[in-house]
Design a protein around this ligand. Structure first.
Ligand code: UDP
Length: 233
């Protein structure tokens, strides 16, 4: 798999179908693959914080999670959001039997996500779960569950750090940071309608629902400015 780069952060040149096949192959062969969803905020942080950059560079697959990142990465890169990929992995699990572990979010939202997904894909296999706040023996729990795929929904950079620190010890094949995906898939947080996503305005929609996200505006503006600058070179 080839990578391109946006402001020094790798982005995998892969589409969702190819990635799902790679995930299935990795699960079958017991190979480990770590996946990070890259958005504009993570890229700007990586520019300013060497530790964030080092952390991201340790991953195997880099999703162009945001539309602005996918656009900056060029026509060979498909936008793959963490939420969509997670849902597709659940769908695929119903067919392949891959066992899934849900780690993160509140107990209530973790349960809501599992319930909604299990209703949509009844054959999917849930190996276990743990909320993101009482997680002392979670590595043990995951190991004992025999999970093939672990979704880590603790937000950035907590989830990225956790995967790099503990991923290997879980014995699972796929480790993927999914941010607020449990909240969205469980129906507790609304996702922007398709047309707003296609306009690249999902960030604005999320800010309207969660005003604390307004503090992210400077990072998003900086991203746009830096991409423009890089393109004009
Ligand atoms: N979270 C968690 N443990 C923590 C902090 C946060 O499980 O110690 C969860 C939180 O409940 C939410 C998710 O992590 O479900 C963060 O979602 P957000 O959309 O803020 O993630 P980001 O924007 O960083 O991708």
């Amino acid at each position: 798999m080839k990578n391109t780069s946006v402001l020094g952060v790798p982005i995998s040149m892969i589409n969702q179908r190819q990635l799902l096949k790679m995930i299935d192959d990795a699960v079958r062969s017991g190979q480990q693959m770590t996946i990070v969803a890259v958005n504009a905020r993570k890229i700007v942080r990586a520019i300013h914080e060497p530790e964030m950059k080092r952390l991201l560079m340790g991953y195997d697959v880099f999703l162009a999670d945001g539309l602005s990142v996918a656009r900056a990465a060029g026509p060979m890169t498909e936008r793959i959001t963490g939420v969509d990929l997670m849902e597709e992995i659940c769908r695929q699990s119903a067919r392949t039997g891959a066992k899934l572990f849900f780690y993160g979010a509140t107990e209530e939202n973790n349960l809501a996500a599992r319930k909604k997904l299990k209703t949509a894909y009844p054959g999917m296999r849930i190996a276990g779960h743990c909320n993101g706040y009482e997680d002392e023996d979670v590595v043990e729990k995951i190991r004992e569950s025999g999970a093939d795929v672990v979704f880590v929904a603790k937000g950035t950079p907590l989830q990225e750090k956790w995967i790099m620190k503990h991923g290997k010890s879980t014995g699972s094949s796929i480790l993927m940071g999914v941010g607020g995906a449990f909240d969205v898939l469980g129906g507790k947080v609304k996702r922007a309608p398709g047309f707003i996503q296609n306009m690249g305005l999902e960030w604005l929609y999320r800010m309207a629902w969660e005003p604390k996200r307004f503090q992210q505006i400077p990072e998003l503006l900086e991203f746009r400015r830096l991409v423009k600058k890089e393109k004009s070179r």
